[in-house]
Design a protein around this ligand. Structure first.
Ligand code: KG4
Ligand code: ZN
Length: 335
C-alpha cells in the first residue's frame, strides 16, 4: 500500500510516499528555518504563508521522486494535530482537496505518533510494545506504546518542553535558531560541570518533569554576568545546561524502566537528534539491559515520511476520515 503523506505542523513543508509503513519511496522537506532565524524563533503567520507557497510543489516532487502518479497512490495522509493551527490548516486543506479530487481515502495523523513512527522506518525489527520518550520543540512525554495506535502517557512536562527549554536558553546565550541544534554543537568539548543547575522534581509524579526553572536560572546567570561585566564561556554553559536537561530525562527514564519493565526504549522528536541525550540514554539502557532505538538524524526533525509510516498503521484500524476533518492545535497522543 502506497501512502502520499503531507506534514505542515510547524516550519517544514513536507511530503512523502511511503510503502507499507516502512519503505520510503520519496521524502521531500522544504525548510523555512533560514527565514525564522531572522526572528529567533518560528513566526506562525510567516510559517502558514510559506506552507501555502510550497505545498503543491513539495507534493509534486514527492510523487516524482517516488516515480508515482496520483492514481498509483492508495491513500492520502496528513498531520492534523497538534501544531500551529494556521500551519496545520494548510496541509489539512491541501490533503482534503487532493483526496477528494483523486477519490482516495483520507487519513489524519497525530504529529507525535508520527515522530515515534520515524523509528519504524529506521528499524525494521521494531514493534510495539515499548516505552517512548517523545522530545520535541513543543512536547516532552514518556509514553507507553502498547500497540501501533494505542498509547498511555505516564509522564510529561509540567511547563516548557525540553526543546523549548533548549531553544529559549540558547537564544539568551546568543546562539541562532534552532537553539537546541546549535547548543548541541557548541557544547562539544565544553565542561559540563562548569555550572550547576537545579534539578526539579514534581512531587508525587515520578515521571513528570519541569524545565522552566532551569531556563530561568540560565537567563539569570547570563544577566548577572552581564551586569558585572564578566565573560562566561558559552561552550561550558551549553555543555552544563545540556547535561542538566538530559539528566532530568534520563533520571525519569531510569525510574520508568524500574516501574514498567520494558525491554525496549524509543526516542522520538526533534530533540532525539541530540548527541548528549543519545549517549546518556545509551549508557542507561546498557546498564539496564534494554534495547535503545532512535531515528536516523534525517528523520528526527519534522518530515512527512514518518507521517506515511504512522498512517499505514492508522489505516489498518479503519481510521479513514471524511472532508469534515479539521486541524487541532492541541490533542493528546492517546486521543
Ligand atoms: O520535532 P521538531 O522538529 O518540531 C516539533 O515538533 O516541535 O523539534 C524541534 C526541536 C527544536 O526545539 C530544536 O531546537 C530541537 O528540536 N533540536 C535539537 C537538536 N536538533 C533539533 N535539540 C537538541 N539537539 C539537537 N541536535
Ligand atoms: Zn515535530
Amino acid at each position: 500500500m502506497k501512502i502520499l503523506s503531507i506534514e505542515s505542523s510547524c516550519d517544514e513543508t513536507a511530503a512523502a510516499v511511503v510503502e507499507n509503513g516502512r519503505t520510503v519511496l520519496s521524502n521531500i522537506v522544504a525548510s523555512q528555518v533560514e527565514e525564522h532565524k531572522l526572528y529567533g524563533g518560528v513566526v506562525p503567520e510567516i510559517a502558514s504563508r510559506r506552507h501555502c507557497e510550497a505545498v503543491s510543489q513539495v507534493v509534486n516532487e514527492a510523487l516524482e521522486q517516488a516515480k508515482a502518479s496520483l492514481q498509483d497512490i492508495d491513500a492520502v495522509a496528513v498531520t492534523a494535530y497538534p501544531g500551529l493551527i494556521g500551519a496545520l490548516l494548510v496541509g489539512v486543506n491541501f490533503a482534503k482537496g487532493l483526496a477528494f479530487s483523486a477519490n482516495k481515502p483520507l487519513l489524519s495523523v497525530h504529529h507525535l505518533r508520527s515522530h515515534i513512527a520515524a523509528n519504524y522506518i529506521c528499524h525494521p525489527d521494531l514493534k510495539p510494545p515499548f516505552l517512548a520518550l517523545v522530545v520535541s520543540g513543543g512536547h516532552t512525554s514518556f509514553v507507553v506504546v502498547k500497540d501501533y495506535t494505542s498509547y498511555e502517557i505516564i509522564g510529561a512536562t509540567r511547563d516548557d518542553a525540553a526543546g523549548e527549554a533548549l531553544d529559549k536558553a540558547a537564544r539568551a546565550m546568543g546562539l541562532p535558531y534552532p537553539g537546541g541544534l546549535h547548543m548541541d554543537k557548541e557544547a562539544v568539548g565544553g565542561n559540563d560541570k562548569a555550572f550547576a543547575f537545579p534539578n526539579p522534581i514534581v512531587d508525587g509524579a515520578p515521571f513528570d518533569c519541569s524545565f522552566s526553572g532551569l531556563k530561568t536560572s540560565v537567563v539569570n546567570l547570563l544577566h548577572n554576568a552581564r551586569q558585572k561585566n564578566e565573560a562566561l564561556s558559552i561552550k561550558d554553559l551549553s555543555a552544563s545546561y545540556l547535561h542538566a536537561v538530559v539528566y532530568c530525562l534520563t533520571r525519569r527514564m531510569d525510574a520508568a524502566l524500574d516501574a514498567y519493565k520494558f525491554d525496549t526504549v524509543v526516542l522520538a522528536g526533534g530533540v532525539s537528534a541530540n548527541s548528549v541525550l543519545r549517549r546518556e540514554m545509551q549508557i542507561l539502557c546498557d546498564k539496564k539491559g534494554v534495547k535503545l532505538y532512535y531515528p536516523h538524524l534525517s528523520l528526527c526533525g519534522d518530515n512527512a515520511a514518518m507521517v506515511g509510516a504512522q498512517a499505514y498503521y492508522e489505516y489498518q484500524t479503519g481510521a479513514i476520515v471524511d472532508l469534515t476533518l479539521n486541524a487541532q492545535a492541541t490533542r493528546e497522543i492517546d486521543k
